[in-house]
Design a binder for this molecule. Structure first.
Ligand SMILES: Nc1nc2c(c(=O)[nH]1)N[C@H]1C(S)=C(S)[C@@H](COP(=O)(O)OP(=O)(O)OC[C@H]3O[C@@H](n4cnc5c(=O)[nH]c(N)nc54)[C@H](O)[C@@H]3O)O[C@H]1N2
Ligand SMILES: Nc1nc2c(c(=O)[nH]1)N[C@H]1C(S)=C(S)[C@@H](COP(=O)(O)OP(=O)(O)OC[C@H]3O[C@@H](n4cnc5c(=O)[nH]c(N)nc54)[C@H](O)[C@@H]3O)O[C@H]1N2
Ligand code: SF4
Ligand SMILES: [Mo]
Length: 773
């Protein structure tokens, strides 16, 4: 059935005052009988939910929240939830420390523009906050046009899908995930798989089945390639690291590509300790060796792929010896890894953000995907499987106009989206953060004058070149910031500061990952006057739109509206907490990937594209080709004389989500200081000992962090923390919580790759020296 039409018929009926016809419940795999969402136990009210932001996380693990007298007393993993089967990572276990932290924002506040940077906020009512926002935003629209407003969010949290609605209310095409230089997180990988395979494909750890590892349809991947990812720590992009551990218990083996010997690397059959930024060379060499050994999956290639002959010819020069020299790993290890991958029954790619964090990172993604296609590892158990939105309703993955149609006037001037330097960003309808920063600084190509920022601490974390971002934000005419805490960014620039609710304080849905639809159930009342971001968005939006676009009356109605094509109301979903849709393998063979129902992949050729015709449109080689990072010992030997070490940044720690959790005592104990990891031999060359403060410097800037000596890292590479600020200092000392002192992004330029994607967070040069105290 045409789902779009169902939605429209319902809306039409509603407009005519008719009761909409119910949509049939979709087929689910799981049985909800006997599952309650709340019950009494030993004097507690227990609330079953799916955790999500805030505080931030990429996952939605099942939790049981134990509430007494309106206070959350403890939180435990929900053993029945298929997603995490009872497991929780330290951040959820310490969730109460964030929820009840004395520094939580509790009330809306305003501050005079001339006091930006000072702790001079005064409490106001929500109505006054909305009045100010309405007045100031309308003034900006009047003077400069709607596109002068920028709506921004941070990394994947459940609230991201609602940001586009805020932009739509404000009539601006400029919505995006902030100063992440050149869309450098997941977008490059998603873009490369879209061009290559017509959609996103992810590693199969049985997460599509509610009975998980016991499902007879599933087989553990023989090899998991963990590439630029630290899954057990980061649990990134909707993958719980523990799934890999469970797969290993059932036979999976690992091959790990990382400049650090991580915990998973220590468990690997082959560990390729690459020089940062050189991963594409390694991927191409693995392909070269597999072809040389005749281990390619010829049947998959013949049936399902496009441009294989050109590709095979193209990688002829990319031998293991060639890559060994570039990547700084043993040739023999590359050959061994290639043979293991080529001979494996199944293999999948667990890729991480390190791939995106080089300037041409999306080419790395393409090369790695070519390795998967070469070995036929698609749509079979334990391989790469398509990750489509659950019942087609994900608010994060769909074009914004489809989900938010009928909620406000459509944005008129899409042509003014801040991306026209970059065809790839145009194709993705994404804005360009570096163009945006330039526009704030110079007014070119047109001015950006107001900002609506939710869950983004740009100066501390997200943005490369914070020394440019800070003055740019302070120069704006009007800034709204919505956060849980007073961050350095909020302190620097907010004129109106709004307090957001944590997940335990609100309702919500987690239909943002391709496995299951879930509910967020409220366990406690919000602190002070905190509100959910979703509510803040539609309440603010009501000042910019008319009643004709009012599709709901309250927060529950808001979710009912979003769920309108699934057959569930919010309440029905909360009753069961999760719902798993049916799942099938071999969708390419069954006509389940292409919109027209024909077999194959949803690409322009209908096949997996080794040769990617669209790349020609971007002026790039249609075949994945290795390029040195712009600053490396190879591309810039002149620079390397002064800055001899390779710098990678932002490897995720256990207890912090980016710039969050510095206030959480137990998380801070796990990692008390900003830390740069250095090989002991390298450190001794520079007279640096464990715990010394180190001055880190390069051609873009400098900062200081504490040395941690470890033999786990390559000798030519250092790995520095990102996102540090010091909330314990308080907002009064004029340093914005010390945000510039240990800020590694001062050494990273705001510069994407050629198509507008990518960044240089993981491939810079630097020097280190001991700070004498
Ligand atoms: N606890 C915690 N979890 C998080 C986050 C957090 O801040 N804290 N952030 C979330 C976000 S937004 C993201 S994007 C994900 C990211 O999570 P991951 O994808 O795991 O990314 P990182 O931890 O940055 O880096 C992963 C590994 O890449 C290695 N590495 C560094 N440079 C290179 C390189 O050039 N090549 C290769 N092959 N490896 C390299 C690092 O040593 C590290 O072990 O985590 C999410 N989850
Ligand atoms: N050097 C370096 N820099 C990096 C990276 C790196 O690897 N190295 N990684 C980059 C990557 S991949 C990413 S994705 C970005 C991440 O950047 P961001 O996603 O912007 O992460 P934060 O800077 O921690 O900002 C998040 C803010 O959101 C608030 N918050 C949390 N939950 C909620 C909520 O529910 N509602 C609201 N309103 N606010 C909430 C937090 O309190 C915090 O202040 O950082 C990038 N920056
Ligand atoms: S990954 Fe950790 S912080 Fe995120 S939902 Fe799961 S347990 Fe909570
Ligand atoms: Mo990210």
């Amino acid at each position: 059935m045409d789902e779009e039409r169902v939605g429209h018929e319902q809306l039409d009926a509603r407009a005519q005052g008719e009761k909409p016809a119910p949509v049939a419940k979709r087929e689910t795999q799981d049985d909800p009988s006997g599952r309650a969402w709340t019950w009494q136990e030993d004097g507690y009210t227990v609330v079953r939910s799916n955790a999500r932001s805030g505080p931030g996380c990429h996952d939605n693990c099942g939790v049981l929240m134990y509430v007494k007298d309106g206070v959350l007393e403890k939180i435990e993993g929900d053993p029945e939830n298929p997603y995490n089967q009872g497991r929780l990572c330290p951040r959820c276990l310490a969730f109460k420390e964030m929820l009840y932290h004395e520094d939580r924002l509790k009330y809306p506040m305003k501050r005079a523009k001339e006091d930006r940077g000072k702790n001079a906020f005064t409490r106001i009512t929500w109505d006054e906050a909305y009045d100010i926002i309405e007045r100031e935003m309308k003034a900006v629209i009047e003077k400069y046009g709607n596109e002068a407003i920028w709506v921004t969010q941070g990394t994947g949290r459940d609230i991201n899908g609602y940001g586009p609605l805020m932009a739509q209310y404000l009539g601006t095409p400029n919505y995006g995930t902030g100063f992440l230089s050149g869309q450098a997180c997941y977008a490059p990988r998603i873009f490369s798989t879209a061009l290559k395979a017509g959609g996103l494909f992810i590693c199969d750890y049985s997460q599509f089945f509610p009975d998980r590892y016991d499902d007879p349809r599933w087989e553990a991947p023989e090899y998991v390639l963990i590439w630029g990812n630290n899954p057990v720590v980061a649990n990134s992009d909707g993958t719980l690291g523990h799934w890999i551990v469970e797969s290993m218990k059932r036979g999976s083996k690992l091959i790990v590509m990382d400049p650090m010997l991580t915990w998973v690397a220590g468990k690997a059959d082959v560990f390729l300790q690459v020089r940062p930024g050189t991963d594409a060379a390694l991927a191409l060499a693995l392909c070269n060796q597999i072809i040389a050994d005749g281990l390619q999956d010829q049947e998959f290639i013949d049936y399902w792929c496009y441009g294989y002959d050109e590709f095979a010819e193209h990688v002829k020069g990319n031998t293991p010896a060639w890559a060994a020299e570039i990547c700084g790993v043993d040739e023999d290890l590359i050959v061994e890894a290639a043979r293991k991958i080529g001979n494996a029954k199944s293999c999948c790619l667990q890729w991480g953000v390190a791939m995106d964090h080089t300037s041409e990172g999306f080419i790395t993604g393409m090369a790695c995907f070519d390795l998967m296609a070469l070995t036929g590892n698609f749509e079979k158990p334990g391989t790469m499987v398509a990750a489509n939105p659950v019942w087609d309703m994900s608010v994060t993955w769909m074009p914004r106009d489809k989900v938010w149609r009928e909620c406000s006037e459509p944005v008129k001037d899409q042509g003014r989206t801040m991306n026209f330097d970059y065809p790839a960003l145009k194709a993705m309808a994404a804005i360009s953060p570096d163009m945006l920063l330039t526009a704030m600084e110079t007014g070119e190509p047109y001015p950006i004058k107001a900002m609506f920022m939710m869950q983004n601490n740009a100066i501390a974390c997200m943005g490369a070149a914070p020394q440019r971002i800070l003055p740019a934000l302070q120069k704006m005419e009007f800034n709204v910031v919505v956060d849980l805490f007073l961050t350095p960014t909020a302190l620097a620039c907010a004129d109106v500061l709004l307090p957001a609710a944590c997940f335990a304080e609100r309702i919500g849905i987690t239909g943002h990952q391709p496995y299951a639809l879930g509910s967020i159930a409220q366990a406690v009342e919000p602190l002070g006057e905190c509100k959910s971001d979703q509510r803040i968005i539609y309440e603010t939006g009501s000042r910019f739109t008319t009643d004709e676009y009012k599709q709901w009356d309250d927060e529950q109605g808001f979710y009912d509206y979003l769920l309108r094509n699934t057959g569930y109301s919010y309440e029905e979903l909360r009753e069961r907490t999760w719902a798993y849709p049916e799942f099938e393998y071999r969708k390419n063979e069954k006509g389940m990937l292409r919109p027209d129902g024909t077999v194959g992949f949803a690409t322009s050729t209908g096949r997996y594209n080794f040769y990617c015709p669209e790349m020609l449109h971007f002026g790039l080689s249609p075949l994945a080709t290795y390029e040195e990072p712009p600053e490396s010992p190879v591309s810039r030997p002149d620079l390397a004389e002064k800055y001899p070490l390779v710098l990678t940044t932002g490897a995720r720690p256990w207890g912090f989500f980016h710039s969050e959790h510095r206030q959480s005592p137990s998380m801070r104990r796990l990692h008390p200081n900003p830390e740069i990891r250095i090989h002991p031999e390298t450190a001794s060359k520079y007279g640096i000992a464990e715990g010394d403060w180190v001055h880190i410097e390069n051609n873009f800037g400098s900062c200081k962090q504490k040395a941690h000596l470890t033999t786990r890292i390559r000798k030519d590479t250092v790995s520095a923390d990102h996102a540090w600020w010091f909330p314990e200092r308080g907002p009064e000392d004029g340093t914005l919580f010390g945000v510039m002192e240990s800020n590694i992004n001062r050494l990273v330029p705001m510069r994407p790759g050629k198509v507008g994607l990518g960044a240089s967070y993981k491939s810079q040069l630097c020097s280190i020296s001991k700070i004498e105290e």
